[in-house]
Ligand binder design. Structure first.
Ligand SMILES: NC(=O)c1ccc[n+]([C@@H]2O[C@H](COP(=O)([O-])OP(=O)(O)OC[C@H]3O[C@@H](n4cnc5c(N)ncnc54)[C@H](OP(=O)(O)O)[C@@H]3O)[C@@H](O)[C@H]2O)c1
Length: 344
């Protein structure tokens, strides 16, 4: 029998605005290999995915599901290693890298049939959280299936240098579109232009109102906007409606500007639905979990792109289990580029 000291971040208080350490309590529990029931594995967590949806689920109101309960381990995707397994029928074995959803704890026991095996010889295991993980899945299916990008069309992407955005802009380029990326610093917009090949960029922090963003967009999109892939909402999104083309497609992937308080007490924005009418445009929300069953389809197409570097990506990796709540807070200050991950 081996015993593991298991540090856990327990989610203990609903934030009203920004989330930080005060909404969590650090707990130390123990786990033993003898706790393993048939069909289970014991994992050592190595890489934790930090995602904006964690803040959405902290709202007290239902979203696509019930709010994250208080006084349990913060849920989330984790890449870890199997340190013990009690499942002779499984192809998994001790030492395998896996993707799990066991949340913010150093060790976890989980059912083997919930695990995705990762091959570090194929691609780095952290890609399962970002460029070949959930954010990529919604970028890929959201853009391709809902956006239906056509060669020569203009695609505007907000939150363009993040985990989702960096995939959307590159797939839109692969599909032959003109791409305008919006992000919150010169470092991010340079990355978009110089590394990812985005055609035009806007640092929204230099244009802090809808009308200023609209003026920029009208200069950069003289032929109008065919697709808007929205990761942020708020005034950046308000700015696009005057510029949409006939049959424009607006994809609502995220509204991060509203998560820290605006979900329970929404701001009033401009009334733009008449523009949707004139342009016979569509607006559709998209959710990564709706495409879970098509993950292999995405991996088959995108893994070679990552391997041959036709798809580039950034990860921001923060060290230290104790920094998990701080890392979640970073998302709302734009301190990450590409996928945000905590490593232990
Ligand atoms: N629908 C789905 O299934 C699904 C799946 C994954 C993610 N999402 C959504 O997609 C969006 C991006 O997620 P991600 O994982 O790729 O995160 P991310 O973009 O890697 O990180 C969040 C970024 O949001 C930007 N941001 C923060 N506050 C902002 C504000 N007030 N206004 C404008 N931008 C702000 C920051 O970049 P700047 O420096 O550019 O401000 C920050 O770096 C989120 O809204 C998320 O909820 C949806």
């Amino acid at each position: 029998m081996t015993e593991y000291r298991n540090k856990q971040w327990i989610y203990t208080k609903r934030p009203e605005k920004l989330v930080d350490n005060t909404h969590y309590t650090l707990n130390v529990a123990t786990l033993q290999t003898t706790d393993l029931k048939p069909g289970q594995a014991l994992l050592k967590s190595t890489y934790f995915s930090i995602d904006p949806y964690m803040r959405i689920q902290q709202s007290g109101k239902d979203t696509w599901e019930e709010p994250h309960p208080l006084n349990i381990v913060q849920g989330g995707a984790v890449v870890g290693i199997i340190v013990a397994i009690n499942d002779s029928d499984s192809s998994l074995q001790k030492g395998d890298w896996v993707l799990s959803y066991t949340g913010w704890q150093e060790y976890a026991i989980t059912e083997t049939n919930t695990l995705r095996k990762l091959d570090p010889k194929e691609v780095p295991v952290t890609t399962a959280l970002g460029i070949l993980g959930m954010p990529a899945r919604i970028a890929y299916f959201g853009l391709i299936e809902v956006g239906k990008p056509q060669k020569g069309e203009t695609v505007v992407v907000s939150g363009a240098s993040g985990a989702v955005g960096q995939v959307v802009v590159q797939i839109a380029k692969i599909k032959g579109c003109k791409v305008v990326g919006i992000a919150g610093s010169d470092e991010k917009t340079s990355y978009l232009k110089e590394t990812l090949g985005v055609d035009e960029i806007i640092n929204y922090k230099k244009h802090p109102s809808a009308i200023e963003i609209q003026n920029e967009l009208s200069k950069l999109c003289p032929e109008g906007i065919d697709i808007y892939y929205d990761n942020v909402g708020g005034y950046i999104t308000d700015a696009i409606f005057e510029l949409i083309n006939l049959n424009a497609r607006i994809i609502i992937c995220g509204q991060i500007s509203q998560y820290s308080g605006g979900l329970d007490n929404p701001e009033m924005g401009p009334r733009f639905l008449h523009k949707m009418l004139y342009k016979r445009a569509t607006i559709q929300g998209v959710l990564a979990r709706d495409y879970n069953h098509r993950m292999n389809e995405m991996l088959t197409e995108m893994t070679p792109w990552v391997q041959n570097k036709s798809l580039k990506y950034k990860e921001t990796i923060i060290d230290g289990f104790d920094n998990l709540p701080k890392a979640l807070n970073m998302l709302f200050h734009g301190k990450n580029m590409g996928k945000l991950i905590v490593k232990v």
